[in-house]
Design a protein around this ligand. Structure first.
Ligand SMILES: Nc1nc2c(c(=O)[nH]1)N[C@H]1C(S)=C(S)[C@@H](COP(=O)(O)OP(=O)(O)OC[C@H]3O[C@@H](n4cnc5c(=O)[nH]c(N)nc54)[C@H](O)[C@@H]3O)O[C@H]1N2
Ligand SMILES: Nc1nc2c(c(=O)[nH]1)N[C@H]1C(S)=C(S)[C@@H](COP(=O)(O)OP(=O)(O)OC[C@H]3O[C@@H](n4cnc5c(=O)[nH]c(N)nc54)[C@H](O)[C@@H]3O)O[C@H]1N2
Ligand code: SF4
Ligand SMILES: [Mo]
Length: 703
């Protein structure tokens, strides 16, 4: 085989393997090894965080899986086998299950870190090669609530409907449940101008490194944002900041919303949220007086059983101030995973087909089936959402086998103890990964796959821009790409090989056709245009179309062109604190670890910086619970108990503790989280549950 051109280069322009900021980086290959360096790119402006700087470590790490692994039966160890043995084994088990129990006996779980090509191919593999409706992905845990709220309000979900760099022009920025100083550090460059002019407002129950830089920090109790948004909307109206002209020209439905917000005067909201009425009014004033203002939401306000309503309430506030679709201002949601945006557009979601089409829409089915060369009637309908899928595994009514691509569910799924038990109840668990994650370690078959720098593929970043990640080096012997794995299984399941291409660019060419005419239209994007460095934000409906960096400037995506206010009211957390579980627990991230930590816990510098789980707690609350700074504590909810080292912080609310979710085993924050789901988005309530805090049992301590 000739050496691909990319492999003769010593430096390749690409993007970071982790979060949605997709910082521009260079991968350098030399005798001494592989290294990375930031490059100038609009989202990171030459910056990179510690995860980016250390991202080459895993490419050559000893912890990498380089051969397929298989266990003969549940109690046997995983042993190395050949690719043919592993593929034959999986395909024949899947065929048997399908034969005996029907196509829905096999489930597929994808991830928002997968490239567009992989996400597309995985959805197609599920619907065509397996014929199953049971496919969903971890984006359901990520920003599905903001996506649903965006569709309701604007008729379209593109996380940030404007370039990230626009934010730097603003004199006011409101960040809600977003700790960007840790979750997207170079993003802070874009909010610095607002911070310098006294216009950075942060809403977070914790005094995060982001909140430290704010001019105004509102610190509500977890799960009370909806009330806060109503209070601020009330202040907009009462203090004369309502943009009447914008309301009349660009929106509908304000009256029903006001009927609810009228009853939420700031003093009442203060009693529910703990945020002083004067601070609510001050925040509104900063936004209303700004020449340019942006409001950005992230997981803190979204990961709730009322997440869609909560984001809708924030969008209502933005509409009342006339921000969305105005040049230099706007509302956006900060997508999280590297391809969180593209990952929810191309059909790995239970209710969706490529191009952000609905799977129950006959025209969408006919179009996509045409591209795939199958009968539209052969495509299954919508399946279960992520948590509902996991909850049903091995129960007899749900899937008996699960294929996992790009998620470490044992650590990251809500009520993780229960999810791990459901995975154990499966007849077959198959995981594709490049490390032996906690989920891979529990699998019957593990397929070792290539990593970001060893393959081509496109990602769609938080600003809706499609980016090319280019192959920079060859993969270790024994690993194959996800696309090759899918083809290997598809052929064995009786599919023609050409239906499941293995070159990313060829898959992208098909994705273009499948997305054509859809909401997320990629038909005008090509690898050549991306290689030439064009900045293409979707929709790009033609090869001569310049892309859409700023959506909604003239009209919103609803047929009447108007944005729709959503009448929503405050309900509060699904599980409020009580005498037995008196504290709120909330969960989230630290700078050094990514998600379940499957990758970053294998990078020595990152593990050394954050080696174990911790719980942030106010010193008075710690004293009352009998726990001490630096000692291990047990945090217990109705679902389980997590062990974490106590960090006393006077800036914490007295009623709230915080845990990061990056750690495994008994340090898994998700042992306690509540899988209460939002009725629309099916997003679990990761951000609030009721707990009690106590000293940890000496015998139970982590080794
Ligand atoms: N270092 C690092 N960076 C990452 C990731 C990572 O794992 N590690 N993951 C990426 C991904 S996939 C995502 S989704 C993003 C997430 O990015 P963020 O949303 O910024 O991260 P989180 O820490 O989950 O949550 C943000 C904040 O929400 C606050 N919060 C908790 N409850 C509430 C509430 O009720 N209301 C409000 N207003 N705030 C609340 C928490 O205190 C926390 O500081 O980060 C991306 N970047
Ligand atoms: N308590 C709590 N839980 C949470 C959250 C929270 O805030 N609090 N946040 C939620 C959010 S926002 C998210 S996004 C999820 C994320 O949680 P997960 O879905 O577990 O995401 P990762 O930890 O990134 O796991 C990705 C896995 O896939 C592998 N991988 C990476 N790239 C590829 C690829 O291209 N192909 C294949 N085959 N494998 C790949 C990695 O090695 C890793 O093992 O966690 C959710 N869970
Ligand atoms: S901010 Fe995100 S994309 Fe940038 S280097 Fe850090 S993890 Fe990578
Ligand atoms: Mo996420």
């Amino acid at each position: 085989m000739p050496v691909p051109a990319a492999l003769t280069r010593t430096s390749t322009d690409t993007h970071c393997p982790y979060c949605a900021l997709q910082c521009g980086m260079e991968v350098r290959t030399a005798e001494a090894g592989v290294s990375v360096a930031p490059r100038e790119f609009p989202t990171n402006r030459g910056g990179m965080c510690q995860k980016g700087w250390t991202s080459a470590t895993l490419l050559t790490s000893a912890g990498r899986v380089t051969t397929p692994l298989l266990r003969e039966h549940r109690d046997a160890p995983l042993r190395p086998v050949s690719w043919d043995t592993a593929l034959d084994h999986v395909a024949s088990r899947l065929a048997e299950l399908r034969e005996q129990h029907g196509a829905d006996s096999v489930g597929v779980f994808g991830g928002g870190g997968l490239t567009n090509e992989k996400a597309y191919q995985l959805g197609k593999f599920a619907r065509v090669a397996l014929g199953t409706s049971q496919v969903d992905y971890n984006g359901r845990f990520c920003m599905s609530s903001a996506a649903a709220a965006g569709i309701k309000a604007f008729g379209m979900d593109r996380g940030m409907p404007f370039p990230v760099s626009d934010v730097a022009q603003a004199d006011a920025v409101l960040l809600i449940g977003a700790n960007v100083a840790e979750t997207m550090p170079p993003f802070m460059r874009h909010v610095l101008p607002a911070a310098r002019s006294g216009g950075l407002i942060v809403i977070d129950p914790r005094r995060t490194p982001t909140a430290e830089q704010a001019s105004l920090h509102l610190q509500p109790a977890p799960g009370t944002d909806l009330a806060l948004a109503l209070g601020m909307l009330h202040a907009v109206v009462a203090d004369g900041h309502l943009d009447h002209r914008y309301l009349a020209d660009r929106t509908s439905g304000f009256d029903q919303v006001w009927r609810i917000a009228a009853a939420w005067w700031p003093e009442r909201v203060e009693r529910v949220t703990g945020v002083a009425a004067a601070d609510q009014r001050a925040a509104v004033r900063l936004l209303a007086r700004a020449r340019n203002a942006y409001v950005l939401t992230a997981r803190g306000t979204e990961q709730h059983a009322s997440g869609v309503a909560t984001v809708s309430a924030w969008i209502n506030l933005c509409l009342a101030l006339g921000l969305p679709g105005r040049p230099g201002s706007g509302y956006g949601c900060l997508t999280g995973q590297g391809n969180g945006q593209g990952g929810r557009e191309h059909g790995q979601k239970a209710d969706q087909l490529p191009g952000y089409r609905k799977i129950d829409d006959p025209a969408a089915r006919a179009h996509v089936a045409g591209v795939w060369g199958v009968d539209p009637d052969s495509l299954p309908g919508p399946g279960r959402s992520a948590y509902e899928l996991l909850d049903a595994l091995g129960t007899g009514t749900g899937p008996r086998a699960l294929l996992v691509f790009g998620s470490n569910l044992v650590v990251s799924a809500p009520r993780a103890g229960h999810v791990a038990a459901r995975l154990d109840a499966l007849e077959l668990l198959v995981v594709a990964d490049f490390v032996l994650s906690e989920t891979a370690a529990a699998a019957d078959v593990v397929f070792p796959v290539t990593q970001w720098a060893e393959e081509d593929g496109t990602m769609t970043s938080l600003e809706g821009r499609v980016l090319l990640r280019q192959r920079a080096l060859s993969a270790p012997h024994g690993v194959r790409s996800d696309l090759e794995l899918l083809q290997g299984l598809a052929i064995r399941l009786g599919q023609p090989a050409q239906r499941f291409q293995t070159e990313a660019e060829e898959v992208f060419e098909e994705l273009r056709r499948a997305s054509a005419g859809g909401i997320a239209d990629y038909s005008g994007i090509s690898y050549d245009r991306l290689r030439a460095g064009e900045a293409l934000h979707w929709p790009v409906p033609g090869v001569d179309h310049p892309g859409t960096p700023r959506a909604f400037l003239d009209r919103f995506a609803h047929p009447d062109g108007l944005a729709r206010f959503q009448p929503v009211d405050h309900t509060g957390p699904a599980e409020p604190p009580d005498a037995e579980f008196p504290l709120y627990a909330t969960t989230g991230r630290v700078l050094q670890h990514y998600q379940s930590g499957a990758q970053t816990r294998r990078v020595p510098e990152l593990l050394a910086a954050q080696p174990e789980a911790f719980v942030e707690v106010h010193p008075d609350t710690a004293r009352r619970a009998g726990v001490h700074d630096g000692q291990w504590a047990a945090v217990t909810s109705r679902r389980g108990q997590v062990l974490a080292r106590v960090r006393c912080l006077p800036s914490m609310r007295l009623d709230t503790v915080f845990l990061p979710f990056h750690f495994p085993g008994s340090e898994r924050a998700n042992l306690i989280t509540n899988p209460a789901l939002d009725p629309t988005s099916r997003m679990p309530e990761f951000k609030v549950c009721a707990v009690r805090l106590a000293p940890a049992d000496a015998e139970a301590l982590p080794a």
